[in-house]
Design a protein around this ligand. Sequence first.
Ligand SMILES: [Zn+2]
Ligand SMILES: [Zn+2]
Length: 132
Amino acid sequence: MIEGSCLCGGIRYEYDGEIEEISICHCSQCRKAQGSAFAAVSPLAADRFRLISGAKLLKEFRSSPDKLRVFCANCGSPIYSAKDDRPEVKRLRLGTVETPFTCSNVFHIHVDSKASWFDFNDTHPRFAGAKG
Ligand SMILES: [Zn+2]
Ligand SMILES: [Zn+2]
């Protein structure tokens, strides 16, 4: 079981599954949404993600017409994103995870949009845009 929470602790969740992929997204939307060089994200099966507390703190922002970014209305932590045409998938922001885990399937996406000040120091695969 994977457990996590937002910065203020108002939102708590659990996921009955494994983190099978770490997608490090350098797109300009993710950079702004995180306030950082990238977002570290994993797709989850939406039906195995369960909110333990904080349902009324979940605030949704549409960064694209078909894409929701969901964050804590109190502290601002990004929690997950979801696309209208893929309701079975949530894309979890891995910085909110508290349970230690490892995952070797790590890759960078949208590196064409990366912050000019960020330098890669790993050998993970890099994709100019979306993966594949
Ligand atoms: Zn919060
Ligand atoms: Zn992105």
